[in-house]
Design a binder for this molecule. Structure first.
Ligand code: ADP
Ligand code: ASP
Ligand code: MG
Length: 843
């Protein structure tokens, strides 16, 4: 990794009045100077400072530098009409601010200088249009006008606001001398110091208003300090004046742990070391310019970042040795990066390859952002700004033309469209586990790493990723280091009996989960069989039904999926609360596309083995997760038990169980006094059966659960392999529900006699599922001794007995309510939390 250059620093503070207070430099960025209201606010802050010696360094008004630079581009294209129009807009903007802020006399003076500058600009642009090209000196000359205008205007305004105060406009071009070199602007410290001494009297006090960004080159012509260079101006003046402090005022309350535009939960970092601030700035934290640090470091001047729009906020303090804080202070990104990879066996053990490579890049004037080489020396890769990718490739191919021809180097591959993510913190040095946590966060968010680099300072670990995944990566890493909550983007399909209860449970717990575990569960989509409701942030769960009625749209599952899979959110999950095979058929695609799946729907796990395996292959390939505890025994830990037994090396010999809450209830209640058909009708009336009770009585549902358990044990079991005794008389299998219920009493006599026979032998009737390690699977109405564990269960209890190598004399039994919306939804909820803890939430 290359750091930006460290500018030369002066030998010591500028001569200052020994007795008087030291200068304080305050810099206000363009974001603080958008309009007349902003000027008033900034003047208010400046006048309230209560400091006797204040240097105010000002940027151009917001957007003005960009507009000026576009003028040059337009002139190069000979689009003089465009130039004239945007010049007029720039002029009007400043005239309007002046009209609001200045009295007639000051206004006249300001407008005089403004119009003369506009005249100069017109002539310059005209010249550019004639030759159709502009060199850096012309660009810099044009770009710097914004600072001249804003600072002149502000000085006049401040003078008028407080006539008692000495306010002087100081032309930075007469003070800061720079020489542009390959590493950017190099400050000519001795010349600048001489200039300062000449122009600022040792005992001068009051307010100096200084244009930022502008400086003079060695020929005395106007130049700039590079984009965002006003921060640098402030620190140069800080050094020249021997300032006590440099304050950078902007539109955020300090340096944040990540770019707030990408990570909304980013928080203000209280204090940073110069080195940390430097790394953050270099790796894209736009809030401060990286070169700003050098002059401040040399003289140990603290830098503070404060918010013009919230002046009472504490802000960020940047000093040499801050209070110890988090190991990782912040995370940044650089977009539009190209990764160039040079590969070939011919490089192994050959000294000087890197020298030649980077020499060639240097000659081509390309700045390398990151370098990574494996110790095998078989390949070497580096990152450059995407705009220089073609240039870089050409330079490398030229430098290694012979090796490419001779086959010692096989390939030079360029991948544009990458981004770099960097985590920064002094505390990372000498601590283990940081890189592990970082890479785990990338892995869990399904983000592929193209290259990584850690400097020996251990203050920065950088990773190159696909540029499209930048926001998601930033958020995942930010959450992994507990700088923000782990966010799950949730799509819920099927807000029916179970789904709607789950939504209630989520609503009641989400605040606590956010507070206690930094887990942010965001239901961003709800889909019924016909309609869907989507929300950018999160659906208000207290009111989702009304929202769905009001703002719902026709269901489009592809769009629903794309919405839940939002690029910027690192973790996404689909919760399927339907019993629909068509929805289950989508799991493979979801899992493949990076969505986790949580469900109580049995259809996917009992689908034909080929489909089932395809789904798991998709899951494995994408590294996503699939949870389905609630498919068997609702919230009871049955799948978990099978898995634990298996993973700890136990062998399940046999599973037997009552796996249907409905059938458990029917045979708990059926005592021969009331006909079986009446018991069924009564259960249906209580909502304990499926709408069509045959779905329960057929035993198919129980068979599905047995298949799920069997596959969990590792058996290749198909639904048709299960021998099922259906309790639906053959004649009633295909008729309507009404007819079925009408004719159900036809079977009462047979059922009564089965019960009587069992009772005669001191036994009870139970609908039992059995599975052996050999794969024999049966579901049938059985007679069990009154002392059997299954004979004495309550109402809708499920019960499962596991006979294993370890639990052989005394089986392991899991028992409890195994049906009902509340316990089933809770089973899904706990799967969701298991998923969250798998992606790093501390639950
Ligand atoms: P100014 O005009 O005051 O110089 P800039 O626009 O140059 O302001 O920089 C401030 C902006 O930097 C903020 O509004 C914020 O969006 C962006 N930014 C990017 N990364 C960070 C970060 N890590 N901390 C704070 N702000 C950041
Ligand atoms: N106005 C200049 C720019 O936009 C300098 C600055 O604001 O820091 O690059
Ligand atoms: Mg800035």
């Amino acid at each position: 990794m290359l750091l930006s250059d460290t500018p030369a620093v002066p030998a010591g503070p500028a001569a200052g009045p020994a007795a008087a207070a030291r200068w304080v430099v305050h810099k206000f960025g363009g974001s603080s100077l958008a309009d007349a209201g902003c000027f008033r606010r900034v003047a208010g802050i400046a006048l309230d400072l209560g400091e006797p010696r204040v240097a105010l360094v000002l940027s151009a008004c917001r957007g003005v530098t960009d507009a000026l630079i576009s003028l040059v581009t337009a002139a190069e294209g000979a689009r003089l009409d465009t130039c004239r129009a945007s010049l007029a807009r720039l002029e009007t903007r400043h005239v309007e601010i002046a009209a609001e802020l200045l009295g007639p006399v000051e206004r006249q003076a300001f407008l005089g200088s403004l119009q003369s500058d506009i005249g100069d600009l017109e002539r310059l642009l005209h010249a550019v249009a004639l030759v159709r090209s502009a060199g850096r000196d012309i660009r810099d000359r044009v770009a710097g006008f914004g600072e001249l205008w804003s600072s002149r205007l502000f000085a006049a305004f401040l003078r008028a606001r407080d006539p008692g105060r000495a306010v002087r406009w100081l032309d930075a071009r007469e003070v800061i001398a720079v020489e542009w070199g390959p590493l950017g602007p190099g400050v000519q410290w001795s010349a600048s110091r001489e200039n300062a001494a000449r122009l600022i009297a040792p005992d001068e006090a009051g307010v100096l208003v200084i244009p930022g960004f502008v400086a003079s080159d060695t020929r005395g012509l106007q130049t700039t300090l590079g984009r965002n260079g006003s921060d640098f101006s402030a620190s140069i003046f800080g050094a020249l004046l021997g300032a006590r402090e440099i304050v950078i005022w902007t539109d955020v309350s300090g340096v944040l742990s990540a770019d707030p535009g990408q990570v909304p939960d980013a928080k203000v970092i209280g204090s940073l070391s110069y080195n940390e601030a430097m790394e953050l700035a270099y790796f894209g934290a736009k809030v401060i310019h990286p070169q700003t640090m050098a002059p401040a470091v040399e003289q140990d001047i603290p830098i503070r970042i404060r918010n013009t729009f919230a002046p009472s906020d504490a802000g960020t303090t940047i000093v040499a040795a801050p209070e110890p804080g988090e190991q990782v202070k912040g995370i940044t990104s650089i977009r539009d990066v190209a990764l160039v990879n040079l590969e070939g066996a011919g490089m192994i053990g050959v000294p000087g390859t890197a020298h030649r490579l980077f020499g060639a890049l240097h000659e081509a004037g390309i700045s390398v952002i990151l370098i990574s080489q494996g110790s095998s020396e078989h390949s070497i890769c580096f990152a450059v700004p995407a705009g220089q990718a073609t240039l870089a490739e050409r330079a490398v191919r030229r430098a290694f033309a012979a090796e490419l021809q001779g086959g010692q180097i096989q390939s030079v591959a360029v991948d544009s469209g990458c981004a770099i993510i960097a985590v920064v913190g002094d505390g990372m040095a000498h601590h283990h586990g940081i890189a592990g946590k970082l890479f785990q966060a990338f892995g869990q968010a399904g983000i592929n790493l193209r290259a990584i680099a850690q400097g020996a300072s251990q203050r920065n670990i950088s990773a190159v990723i696909d540029g499209k995944e930048t926001s998601r990566a930033l958020r995942a890493v930010h959450a992994a280091f507990y700088l923000s909550p782990h966010t799950l983007s949730i799509g819920l399909v099927g807000p029916g009996t179970i789904g709607s209860v789950l939504l209630e449970q989520l609503a009641s717990q989400s605040e606590r989960l956010r507070r206690d575990f930094k887990l942010d569960l965001r239901v961003r989509g709800i889909a019924t069989s016909r309609r869907m409701l989507l929300a950018e942030q999160a659906i208000d769960l207290a009111d989702w039904r009304a929202h769905l009625d009001r703002a719902g749209e026709p269901l489009d599952l592809d769009r629903f999926t794309a919405h839940v899979a939002a690029e910027h959110l690192p973790h996404r999950v689909m919760i399927d609360c339907t019993a629909d095979a068509h929805i289950a058929a989508r799991y493979a695609d979801w899992l493949r596309a990076g969505l986790h799946v949580v469900t109580p729907n049995k259809k996917a796990n009992s689908a034909p083995l080929t489909e089932f395996r395809r789904m798991h292959e998709a899951r494995r390939a994408a590294g996503t997760q699939y949870f389905y505890e609630a498919t068997v025994g609702a919230g009871l830990p049955i799948i978990l038990t099978v898995r634990d037994l298996r993973e700890t090396g136990d062998r399940i010999r046999e599973i037997e169980g009552i796996l249907s809450g409905t059938l458990a209830y029917l045979f708990n209640v059926f005592d021969g006094k009331v006909p079986f058909s009446e018991v069924v009708k009564d259960a249906k009336a209580r909502g304990l059966t499926e709408p069509d009770p045959r779905d329960d009585l057929s035993g198919r549902d129980v068979a599905r659960k047995l298949v799920i358990l069997g596959r969990e044990m590792g058996l290749a079991l198909e639904l048709d392999d299960v021998e099922v005794e259906s309790l639906v008389p053959a004649a009633l299998r295909d008729c309507s529900i009404v007819e079925f219920l009408e004719r159900l009493p036809d079977g009462d006599a047979a059922m009564n006699s089965r019960l009587a026979e069992a009772r005669h032998d001191g036994q009870v009737l139970r609908y039992v599922a059995r599975l052996t390690a050999a794969g024999k699977a049966t579901v049938a109405l059985e007679r069990l001794g009154a002392g059997h564990a299954f004979a004495n269960i309550a109402l809708t209890d499920n019960v499962v007995r596991f006979v294993t190598d370890r639990y052989c004399d005394n089986a392991l039994v899991v028992q409890g309510p195994g049906a009902g919306p509340a316990v089933t939804a809770a089973g899904v909820f706990s799967d969701l939390l298991r998923l969250a803890s798998g992606i790093g939430a501390r639950i």
